[in-house]
Design a protein. Structure first.
Length: 288
């Protein structure tokens, strides 16, 4: 018996050691990538780079239109996707009868989350740009990105709602509250940390998407900021792709691409930090 226990502990130590090495390897690879990008791009960063317009075919100047364009696209996507995703999760969790139909819907949502983003871009091109005649614009790009993150928000919201103990619902209903009052005043506040985390992580994802906006929103070069939802925009991820893949002056444009990559990485990192901070804050509030 003792030999079996000793052998089991030894196997457990080996497995945990392997997992630890894999984790450290992943962190090391990530660190090398970040170091490489920052080393190449940090020297480009300046106040003028962040706040000025591009010049001479994106060989000089700054990336202000790309920053503003990314902000508009991401803001529009989250404004559309968040209410749709949260209300869909509320319906599936709180109202729909558990059965085959809900299981099929969940499988569909999970499969939709695994669809390559370029497919969403083609869908946005066909429906929003061509069929609805929105053209290549902020509106088309934001709606396409909203579809990209909708499955993520639905699943995160659904998991957050299902994690709320049933005792909360039962106690509220026993006090005379209606179903909707229970959801609004009891269930949603308790699930809010998970819902917010899913939404903000969705923002972090679409901030770096390139394929969907190539077909629906992005332009390589613009000397002005967008003035309506039907304007084409520059965007940080597409700006990086265009400078590296199609730039005609690589010696001048590739450093700008690395600088843009640094800005994009910092923005995504800040978004993830906001998600962590908000989750901790609301978790503490619910605990108290």
């Amino acid at each position: 018996m003792e030999n079996k226990l000793t052998k089991r502990k030894a196997v457990e130590k080996i497995v945990f050691s392997i997992l630890g090495l894999l984790m450290l390897s992943s962190i090391a690879v990530l660190g090398v990538i970040i170091f490489f990008i920052f080393k190449r791009g940090l020297g480009v960063i300046s106040w003028e780079f962040l706040t000025s317009m591009p010049k001479n075919g994106m060989t000089e100047g700054g990336i202000l239109p790309a920053i503003v364009g990314s902000f508009y696209l991401v803001s529009g996507a989250i404004l559309v996707a968040t209410p749709l995703g949260v209300f869909a999760a509320i319906y599936m969790t709180e109202y729909a009868k558990k059965g085959k139909l809900i299981r099929i819907i969940r499988i569909g949502v999970n499969n939709l989350a695994g669809v390559p983003s370029v497919v969403f871009g083609l869908f946005g091109l066909s429906i929003f740009v061509k069929y609805l005649n929105f053209g290549v614009s902020i509106l088309s790009g934001a709606l396409t990105l909203a579809i990209v993150i909708l499955p993520t928000i639905i699943r995160a919201s659904e998991e957050a709602l299902m994690s709320v103990p049933d005792e909360y619902r039962s106690s509220s209903l026993a006090l005379g509250a209606t179903k909707w009052q229970t959801i609004k005043n009891v269930v949603l506040p308790a699930a809010l940390p998970g819902i917010l985390t899913g939404c903000i992580l969705g923002v972090g994802r679409v901030a770096g998407e390139t394929a969907p906006i190539i077909f629906t929103a992005a332009t390589f070069f613009s000397m002005r900021l967008p003035n309506s939802v039907f304007s084409e925009v520059m965007a940080l991820p597409y700006n990086i792709y265009a400078l590296v893949a199609t730039g005609t002056f690589p010696q001048k444009q590739i450093p700008i691409a690395y600088g843009t990559a640094v800005v994009l990485l910092v923005l995504v990192l800040l978004i993830n930090l906001v998600a962590i901070f908000m989750r901790i804050k609301f978790s503490k509030k619910n605990t108290n």
